[in-house]
Design a protein around this ligand. Structure first.
Ligand code: ADP
Ligand code: MG
Length: 205
């Protein structure tokens, strides 16, 4: 019996077993409104693209290991834990600082590999229960790109995520993210000023 974790617009995620191990399957589902052949092509290319991004990140960033891929499926390590979005709510300031410093470093490593994550929110980090290790997931909107602009947009989304659900610790959280990000990425000054511009643009909208 498949243990469904989430049914998204594009993919269904479920727990399964592979060679006696608990795994997470991310399967892109059929879209009835698309012509079948095109739908097939879109789902398989998005699956391949996401798997390529994850494979590139493995070794430099904590991402779940891919155990197997199929046409529409990525089968990966199941990370037992909870979303950072929830975990942050139970953390004291020092723990928030540490976690945010960790994700800042992960964002920098991701960018240094030439990857833009595309959905860098606190819902896409999982804190592993037993180890406290943080994993980055969901490269479904990711791309290979090195531009300052794209990096700034990526980080700004993280800022917005922290602002919307962790407003009380926003300052220490964001300072920790940017402090460690800036120490681990090239071109920080340019990225920082782009982020400031994006924030301003949004305020005046
Ligand atoms: N490797 C994993 N281990 C455990 N849970 C996972 C894993 N990957 C995804 N999940 C769970 O499934 C949810 C949706 O996964 P995600 O890749 O973000 O899909 P979507 O593209 O639909 O947002 C995550 O928020 C998380 O709760
Ligand atoms: Mg997601």
């Amino acid at each position: 019996m498949k243990d469904i974790i989430q049914r998204g617009a594009e993919a269904v995620l479920y727990k399964d077993e592979l060679e006696g191990k608990t795994v997470l399957v991310k399967e892109r589902i059929k879209k009835g409104y698309r012509v079948e052949q095109l739908d097939d092509e879109i789902r398989s290319s998005r699956t391949r693209h996401e798997a390529r991004l994850m494979e590139r990140a493995i070794g430099s960033v904590n991402v779940p290991r891919i155990l197997k891929t199929e046409k529409f499926k990525i089968i990966m390590d199941f990370i037992e834990g909870r979303k950072l979005k929830e975990a942050l709510l139970d953390m004291d300031k020092k723990e928030v600082k540490n976690a945010c410093s960790e994700i800042g470093k992960m964002a920098a490593s991701t960018h240094n590999l030439g990857i833009i994550h595309g959905d860098l929110t606190t819902s896409n980090f999982i804190v592993e229960k037993d180890t406290g290790k943080i994993f980055l997931i969901d490269f479904g909107l990711g791309k290979f790109e090195r531009k300052v602009e794209a990096r700034a947009v990526d980080l700004h989304l993280l800022y917005e995520a922290l602002k919307s659900t962790h407003f009380d610790v926003l300052d220490i959280a964001w300072d920790s993210v940017t402090d460690s990000y800036s120490r681990n990425v090239e071109d920080w000054k340019k990225i920082e000023s782009r982020i400031e511009q994006i924030k301003k643009r949004r305020r005046y909208k």
